[in-house]
Ligand binder design. Structure first.
Ligand SMILES: Cc1cc2nc3c(=O)[nH]c(=O)nc-3n(C[C@H](O)[C@H](O)[C@H](O)COP(=O)(O)O)c2cc1C
Length: 197
């Protein structure tokens, strides 16, 4: 069976969300997916290469820092550019998922994940949540805890105002890794099912 291809489309202004994107990618690769890391650089760039990459992928993971309670402006510019794909339902029935990083423990990250899931729904994509129990249930909400922020819709991570190699912490990186694995396994099943259908 051929490997599923997962495109991780993300923006990171200061490098912290990029750390999360790379941990998601590592997890997805470990579980057998071919991963394309597609970093959005700025709102004015040509999005055609990223749109093409998403069009070729079996699954897409959207990632953005939470800025002012929502996705960053460069990510939103990408989302607006994706209207080209919307007109032809080009992304219909691809798997989709999302992650966001911000400074505060809450920081209104749910608003960002809500938007990412709505973007996927507008494209008739099929959304995959974290599938991870909250740290409050497993007994570890420390910096080393998996899903310490207790998010179901998508991955939430938190970073302090220090260099990206120091924060987000180990638990958040592990959460992102496990989420990447989950997405790769889901995409493998999805691709096999599509072939059978
Ligand atoms: C313009 C701007 C708006 C921000 N708004 C929020 C916010 O709403 N909630 C929050 O918790 N942090 C907020 N932050 C902090 C960032 O989410 C945090 O620094 C994050 O690590 C940035 O990720 P990045 O390094 O990938 O850009 C904001 C930062 C910037 C620059």
């Amino acid at each position: 069976m051929t490997k599923p291809t997962i495109a991780i489309v993300y923006h990171s202004g200061y490098g912290h969300t990029a750390v999360v994107a790379e941990a998601v990618a590592e997890g997805a690769r470990a579980a057998g997916a071919e991963v394309r890391l597609e970093r959005i650089e700025n709102a004015a760039q040509d999005f055609a290469p990223i749109l093409k990459s998403v069009g070729e992928a079996d699954a897409v993971i959207f990632g953005s820092p939470t800025y002012m309670g929502g996705v960053s402006a460069p990510f939103k510019a990408f989302a607006d550019a994706s209207s080209q794909a919307w007109f032809t339902s080009a992304w219909k029935d691809k798997l989709a998922a999302g992650f966001t990083n911000s400074l505060s423990l809450s920081g209104d990250k749910l608003s960002t994940l809500s938007y990412l899931s709505i973007l996927a729904a507008q494209h008739s994509m099929v959304w995959v949540g974290t599938g991870l129990p909250p740290g409050a249930s497993t007994g570890d909400v420390s910096i080393d805890g998996v899903n310490r922020l207790g998010s179901s819709l998508g991955v939430m991570t938190q970073s302090d105002n220090v260099a990206p190699d120091q924060s987000p912490g180990a638990g958040d990186r592990k959460t992102a890794h496990l989420f990447g694995e989950r997405m790769a396994k889901a995409a493998t099943r999805w691709k096999a099912g599509a072939t059978a259908a």
